[in-house]
Design a protein around this ligand. Structure first.
Ligand code: ADP
Ligand code: 5GP
Length: 187
């Protein structure tokens, strides 16, 4: 019988405000060796966000060039900004046998599944719609217009949950982080 193939590329998606960044930050506090791809984005930095750490913050022209040069593994427009995964760094990590985590939107998750079918797709779901609205609003980083736009996108993302291999409900950050580490074969 063939040995089980361990999926080494894990994609974490879920509606804006569900807690993806919080879960990933907790996971990396416990296991700093887990490598998370840093995306490029045309979005402006939020207070405290650092270039090269949270994102590579680029102009529209620079993003166009990344696409034209084939430097993105996937990219998507989300709520008025573009986001993409730099291909080179991800492939290097995979080649060296390290587990790789992408935190990207639904459109990006679909592209990764198409180009790398061996990857595993994990959907982070909110305990309820009301709690999602509370978290997104409570974060206080977006204007009411942007929140409304992100909640529209959230309806589409929640409807696509069945496309994912696994769903984790973000009730407890610690529990979800542990479950994710298990899925990635880190623990
Ligand atoms: P995302 O990265 O998915 O957009 P964030 O990680 O920024 O979401 O989380 C959105 C807000 O929800 C933040 O204020 C965060 O502190 C809060 N949050 C995240 N996970 C939980 C949780 N399990 N319980 C309560 N609040 C949470
Ligand atoms: P935020 O602006 O809140 O940081 O991110 C908005 C959305 O973009 C989130 O769903 C996040 O997962 C997604 N995102 C972040 N980086 C990428 C990326 O490289 N590609 C894609 N497709 N989505 C991304």
């Amino acid at each position: 019988m063939a040995a089980e193939v361990r999926p080494r590329l894990t994609v974490l998606s879920g509606p804006s405000g569900v807690g993806k960044s919080t879960v990933v930050a907790h996971m990396r506090k416990v296991h700093p060796e887990v490598w998370l791809s840093v995306s490029a984005t045309t979005r402006k930095p939020r207070p405290g966000e650092k270039h090269g750490v949270h994102y590579f913050f680029v102009t529209d022209d620079e993003f166009d060039k990344l696409i034209a040069n084939g430097e993105l593994l996937e990219w998507a427009e989300f709520a008025g900004n573009r986001y993409g995964t730099p291909r080179g760094a991800v492939l290097e990590r995979l080649d060296s046998g390290e587990p790789v985590l992408l935190e990207i939107d639904l459109q990006g998750a679909r592209q990764v599944k198409d180009s790398m079918p061996e990857s595993q797709l994990v959907f982070l779901a909110p305990p309820s719609w009301e709690e999602l609205v509370r978290r997104l609003t409570g974060r206080g980083t977006e204007s009411p217009e942007v929140i409304a736009r992100r909640l529209e996108a959230a309806k589409v993302e929640l409807a696509a949950e069945s496309e994912f291999d696994t769903t984790l409900v973000n009730t407890s950050v610690e529990d979800v982080a542990r479950e994710l580490l298990t899925l990635m074969h880190v623990v």
